[in-house]
Design a protein around this ligand. Structure first.
Ligand SMILES: Cc1cc2nc3c(=O)[nH]c(=O)nc-3n(C[C@H](O)[C@H](O)[C@H](O)COP(=O)(O)O)c2cc1C
Length: 168
């Protein structure tokens, strides 16, 4: 799929068929994650694609949405604050690094004809414990991964002129 088409195709999908995600698609998505830039190339992330039904059920008990439980796979984006580069002022760059890697995953999934939905509205400690992730690693974002049952319209964006300006 052409890059800009993948961007247009991506929506936050909250309705999934149970159809299995092909392994070859997962391999290509993994390559896309690996290509993501990160500060000092530290790559302070690791991803898990959960196919196991019991573990998916446990994760869905922390972020309680029926559509998450429907998906055939759930992606965990796991970050390490201690490893990530620190800004000059001392703050961690982790959220920026994992945001880029996660978006590579989401756009690669769109190029594969697979749907996703970024999810962050969960308790990090609770989700990490359920997923068996130990400090300093934490589950910072998750996403269902699979075929969309219904594809929504994305909500309206701000005017381009408000978001992006070229200064000559
Ligand atoms: C960092 C981040 C966290 C998000 N967390 C959630 C979430 O917890 N639950 C949810 O349903 N959607 C979540 N979303 C999806 C947004 O609501 C969605 O991206 C936004 O409304 C734009 O819609 P679109 O993705 O279809 O273009 C999140 C998106 C981002 C980027």
């Amino acid at each position: 799929m052409e890059f800009y088409d993948a961007i247009k195709t991506r929506h936050s999908v909250r309705s999934y068929t149970g159809e299995t995600v092909p392994r070859e698609a997962l391999d290509r998505i993994a390559q896309a994650v690996s290509a993501a830039p990160s500060a000092c190339n530290i790559q302070p992330w690791t991803f898990r694609v959960i196919l196991n039904q019991d573990l998916r059920a446990a994760i869905s008990s922390v972020y309680k949405a029926p559509w998450l439980a429907e998906a055939p796979a759930i992606v965990l984006c796991i970050g390490n604050k201690e490893a990530a580069w620190k800004r000059i002022e001392g703050g961690s760059i982790l959220d920026m690094d994992i945001g880029i890697a996660m978006e590579h995953l989401v756009l690669a999934a769109a190029a594969e004809g697979l749907a996703t939905c970024w999810i962050c509205a969960f308790e990090v400690k609770k989700m990490s414990a359920v997923a068996g992730i130990l400090p300093p690693w934490e589950v910072l974002a998750i996403s269902p991964l699979g075929k969309a049952r219904t594809v929504p319209q994305s909500p309206k964006r701000k005017e381009i002129s408000e978001l992006f300006r070229v200064i000559e």
